[in-house]
Design a protein around this ligand. Structure first.
Ligand code: PRX
Length: 652
């Protein structure tokens, strides 16, 4: 394993056991302790039970067809995701229930009932159809956290178009790469979005991206703020760019839901892997919706009267599965917030919890660590008594942060669900069930019923410490990598026969709980965001002054990891702080601000094996200030000594 797990080892001595609170247990959706065994005895029957909670236009003939690594779930079944998230609720009292409550960063508020949301989605679906979007076409979505992001996704689902949401923090170049890979026909963006009081120029970025794409026929622009849009100099290209509100004003009525096959693609979502090129993870319809619906209901114990808030951005998989599809399929009231947690003050999230009576709150460990640092005085200013469950996702949560969340936010009343999953898994895979599981701070505990997770070594033998493995297909699993099934097979299914390799290290404790130890491949997790070291390296060597670059993750108190880059420059290039700053800016321009290296260290040589492979393990030791490991396989061990000395002297 390429990662050092020493720091995490200590976590395994965690002795605290936190049983679910009694009042919670009595009312919990998942209350039968036999459910794991029952699901394991017949996973297909178990998942079929969940699938029957959805509306199907035509029933499936077979629950699962598994020709590793290709799975088909609910074979022959016909349904529509948008119908399940919206239309089917309109014949129930949910028709008048708030589906979406939204607050913008400046404090503007919008509320949409299920009826109101369905109407907008159906009209926008009509708009897309009119613009020539057909079933199977790709639509790129590059929006801030505004209701139109959910509307656009659901409208695509309604007509069977495949959406590819690109996080608003990505650069024009990253956006262009994703548009080109999927050959998207339409791009939906906004004039601007708000983040920490400033306007993010999305349309200007989109314009820059579209200069490098041929496939976009129309760009639909949501007007977030006309004043700001003018200030940013937003321009509309005649024939290509159209305002969302004008299209919606001019269209009459909506369209019906397209009848989709259970295995028709619902969306593509790009994520970082071990090469420089992001992978387009493909999710399909029936199995995906079944698992996100099931996990939303059981993991968050979602009830009719809940107010649910997941703080993720719709640009990430968490936003897809647990802001839009899972909660709306389950008929929830979803709260959505546009901006940053510390704007205009560090109590903003807690103020929102109080103001909207949030009952279920789902966030990331990196945010929890920031809240801890900001101090208890912020949450203490607000009434958090409506909260009844807390969730976390995205990276391992350290027990200290877990306990803080439990005591300061949850007041020891709210169960915590630490949920492990990935863009590729589509839905939650390892998690406590809040009314059943006795938790230990720091572990995601065990697999969701019907999911089969274990820990294997390189030989595929079960061990207590090794690689996390998923041994059976699950409904919301990725089906392929867009346009690259070979990469799909090589990346996830070549380590063991017919077993999924997620790329995480894991250990099991004496209670049988699984502890996730972080990535074992060249993928970093910076503040819960996945970034491939190769992507950052490619961005660095793209600068003509750089000869070679090696990027590693460095432990970071708040973000989990930060990026450290070791760079060699071409002859005659002067190194120093200004070059380091320029290179950092170059990475931001190429990928986006989330990939900015925290540290750039210039070096004459990089430590390499005799065959020329860069020894990242040693660079990681240096970046983390540890004693450097075995250097005997190096072509020139002196390189490491020199680097370490320079690093320790603070020559960064
Ligand atoms: O390393 C694991 C970590 O995040 C990776 C997946 O990243 P992404 O596809 O961006 O999805 C994040 C949101 C689902 C995993 O391979 N990870 C995610 N959740 C946890 C976690 N690590 C530890 N504990 C978690 N609860």
């Amino acid at each position: 394993m390429s990662q050092d797990h020493g720091a995490m080892d200590s976590l395994l001595h965690e002795e605290r056991r936190i049983p679910p609170p009694a009042p919670f247990v009595e009312a919990a959706h998942a209350s039968d302790p036999e459910v794991w065994d029952r699901a394991a005895a017949d996973p297909e029957a178990y998942w079929a039970e969940w699938a029957r909670e959805l509306d199907w236009f035509e029933p499936w003939e077979k629950v699962l067809e598994w020709t590793p690594p290709h799975a088909k779930w609910f074979v022959g079944g016909k349904l529509n995701v948008c119908h399940n998230c919206l239309d089917r609720h309109l014949t129930t009292p949910r028709r008048n229930k708030a589906a979406l409550i939204w607050e913008g960063e400046p404090g503007d508020v919008r509320v949409m009932t299920y009826y109101g949301l369905q109407r907008r989605v159906s009209k926008f679906a009509h708009v897309l159809r009119r613009l020539g979007v057909e079933k199977g076409d790709r639509v790129a979505i590059y929006l801030p956290m505004v209701p139109e992001a959910a509307i656009a996704m659901l409208a695509c689902a309604r007509i069977g178009a495949i959406h590819s949401v690109v996080f608003g923090g990505f650069s024009p170049e990253s956006l262009a790469g994703r548009i080109n890979d999927a050959e998207a026909k339409v791009l939906i963006t906004a004039d601007a979005g708000y983040r920490r009081g400033s306007a993010v120029p999305l349309k200007n970025n989109a314009d820059a991206a579209m200069e490098h794409t041929d496939s976009i026929e129309h760009c639909i622009v949501v007007e977030r703020d006309s004043h700001v849009g003018r200030e940013l100099g937003v321009r509309m290209k005649p024939g290509r760019d159209i305002w969302y509100h004008e299209l919606m004003r001019d269209i009459e009525g909506g369209v019906d839901c397209e009848v989709m096959d259970s295995e028709d693609p619902l969306y593509i979502l790009y994520t970082s892997g071990t090469t420089g090129r992001p992978k387009g993870v493909v999710h399909t319809t029936g199995g995906y919706l079944t698992q996100v619906h099931a996990t939303t209901k059981w993991v968050f114990d979602l009830k009719e009267e809940d107010r649910y808030w997941c703080t993720a951005d719709v640009g990430w998989v968490t936003g897809h599965s647990y802001i839009v599809y899972g909660p709306l399929a389950a008929g929830a009231t979803v709260f959505m917030y546009e901006g940053a947690p510390d704007w205009p003050h560090r109590g903003r999230f807690w103020h929102l919890c109080e103001k909207y009576g949030i009952t279920l709150f789902y966030t990331a460990p990196t945010a929890i660590r920031a809240f801890m640092r900001w101090g208890e005085e912020w949450p203490e200013k607000y009434d958090l008594s409506q909260l009844r469950l807390l969730g976390t996702v995205g990276e391992p949560i350290n027990p200290e942060a877990w306990m803080w969340y439990h005591q300061v936010i949850g007041k020891e009343r709210c169960p915590i669900v630490d949920t492990w999953w990935q863009t590729e898994t589509g839905g939650i895979m390892i998690t406590p069930l809040p009314g059943l599981t006795t938790t230990t701070p720091g572990t995601a505990t065990r697999a969701f019923p019907g999911v089969h997770a274990t820990i294997l070594n390189d030989e595929g033998e079960e061990v207590d410490a090794g690689y996390l493995a998923i041994t059976k297909p699950w409904p919301s699993m990725l089906r392929t990598i867009w346009g690259d099934d070979e990469r799909f097979q090589a990346q996830y299914w070549s380590k063991w026969d017919g077993i999924y390799f997620p790329g995480d290290g894991a250990k099991r404790d004496e209670d049988g709980n699984i502890w996730i130890l972080g990535r074992v491949d060249d993928v970093l997790n910076v503040a819960g965001h996945r970034i491939g070291t190769m992507e950052v390296e490619s961005a660095l060597v793209d600068d003509e002054r750089v000869a070679e670059a090696a990027v590693v993750g460095k432990h970071h108190e708040l973000k989990g990891q930060s990026i450290a880059a070791f760079v060699t420059v071409k002859e005659g290039v002067e190194t120093g702080t200004s070059l380091a700053d320029e290179l950092k800016a170059h990475v931001v321009e190429k990928i986006g601000a989330i990939a900015r290296p925290e540290l750039i260290l210039f070096t004459g040589d990089l430590p390499k094996t005799r065959s020329g492979k860069i020894m990242r393990r040693l660079l990681k030791d240096i970046a983390e200030g540890r004693a450097v490991g075995d250097t005997t396989t190096l072509a020139d061990p002196a390189v490491v000594e020199a680097l370490k000395r320079r690093y320790d002297e603070g020559d960064a």
